[in-house]
Design a protein around this ligand. Structure first.
Ligand code: HEM
Length: 374
């Protein structure tokens, strides 16, 4: 019988968790200069806990990206990916919640030691930047606080090279999802074109809505005109997304970021999410939006907390502080395309049924419909 090396059998709680290192890593600068500020302990611990959570989030993201970066992603892997996304979501909920804890420190308490932090700043959190880059925030798209300073300049050459490599090699969740979506089968077969199928249904929906407005007795002619005009704008937008040539123009104007193929596949998954083979992909896309939303929420809560703590003073990292932070809330979103997809959705009752041949392929083994391709 194989014997287990004894040193792996018994381990002490403190040693396993290396508590000696973690618990001796809180050095209060206010104490060092002989003017102890009670709340500095909370300030340090909250930041350290954030950094630990960033570590866990990035750990999950690397594994999700690796799992997606293969020619074919099997169902069981998709389930693991969704589970890891859900873990990231729970951590982000905690991250948002934790801001309340920091807010038990009053602005005056913070002022007791704020000057001792110069020029340390959240700008120097490598793991936070790694998190953003891993999600897919590109340097050219991020809001900078000084036009002549790269966000990377806060880090050592090795860290800079790492972040640059992730972006240039497309080792990000956005890129991995895009490539995975582009591989979605069944969108175009000899007898079926999803784009045409959808276009007809969307147009029928708009025609019906316009007819309803025209026949509405309580709206004035001007109101009718205005509402019909708004519907036609949405119809034109959808037409532009469906047309590969126009879609490229939207991408060049940075209105959309995903490739044409990927966005059409995402739409297909949204509309037919109840088909057995699309249920997990749908959950995966929805969890992506949750992650984006929670990070956006964190940015907003952090900005509000900063306003409360230091008002409109400049940040220790040299930015305008609150004004800069509040602008990042919308600007630094990564998965906006997926949120925009909602513009293209049509009511469930108007989603046209899929041809049986496609439905059968999406239905595992228990499809009961007619086997004849139509
Ligand atoms: C009293 C509490 C806090 C204050 C007053 C504060 C203030 C600021 C300010 C003013 C900035 C803008 C950059 C600058 O000029 O320094 C900033 C950025 C940042 N802070 Fe905080 N912060 C606080 C707590 C935290 C906590 C707990 C975290 C958690 C890790 C954090 C993470 C960050 C990050 C990641 C950035 C960069 C954001 C970006 O560029 O999008 N901050 N903070």
């Amino acid at each position: 019988m194989k014997t287990i090396d004894k040193k792996y059998v018994s381990v002490h709680y403190s040693k396993y968790l290396q508590l000696d290192k973690i618990l001796s890593a809180q050095h209060l600068r206010s104490v060092e200069i002989g003017k102890p500020a009670h709340d500095e302990m909370l300030f340090i611990i909250v930041h350290q806990v954030y950094e630990l959570w960033f570590k866990q989030i990035n750990y999950e993201l690397y594994s999700i990206i690796d799992d997606l970066n293969v020619p074919f992603v099997p169902e069981e892997k998709l389930l693991h990916i969704v589970q890891r996304q859900e873990r990231i979501i729970e951590i982000l909920k905690l991250a948002v919640q934790q801001i309340h804890l920091l807010e038990t420190m009053t602005p005056l308490d913070f002022l007791e030691f704020r000057n001792l932090l110069l020029p340390a700043s959240g700008f120097q959190s490598f793991q936070f930047r790694e998190f953003e880059v891993l999600l897919g925030l590109r340097e050219g798209d991020r809001l900078t606080y000084k036009s002549d300073t790269r966000y990377l300049s806060e880090f050592n050459p090795e860290q800079q090279a790492h972040l640059e490599k992730l972006e240039s090699e497309g080792h990000t969740l956005f890129d991995a999802i895009e490539r995975w979506l582009e591989r979605t089968p069944f969108l175009q077969t000899e007898s079926f074109s999803f784009v045409e199928h959808y276009r007809k249904a969307a147009n029928a929906m708009f025609d019906e809505e316009i007819a309803n407005i025209r026949s509405c007795e309580t709206l004035s002619p001007e109101q009718k005109q205005q509402r019909i005009g708004m519907l036609e704008t949405t119809r034109t937008y959808i037409e532009q997304v469906l047309d590969p040539h126009h879609y490229e123009q939207l991408r060049q104007k940075k209105i959309m970021r995903l490739s044409y193929k990927a966005v059409i596949a995402a739409l297909f998954i949204h509309l037919y999410r109840e088909e057995p083979l699309l249920q997990l992909p749908y959950r995966l896309l929805s969890r992506l939006m949750d992650i984006d939303e929670l990070l956006t929420l964190w940015r907003y809560r952090h900005a509000q907390m900063v306003l409360r703590m230091i008002g409109r003073k400049v940040g220790t990292g040299g930015s305008s502080g609150y004004d800069y932070l509040v602008q990042t809330v919308q600007h630094n979103q990564v998965f906006a395309d997926f949120h925009n997809l909602a513009t293209m959705l049509i009511p469930r009752s108007q989603v046209p049924p899929l041809p049986n041949a496609v439905k059968r392929k999406l239905g595992f083994h228990y499809f009961n419909g007619d086997d004849v391709e139509d």
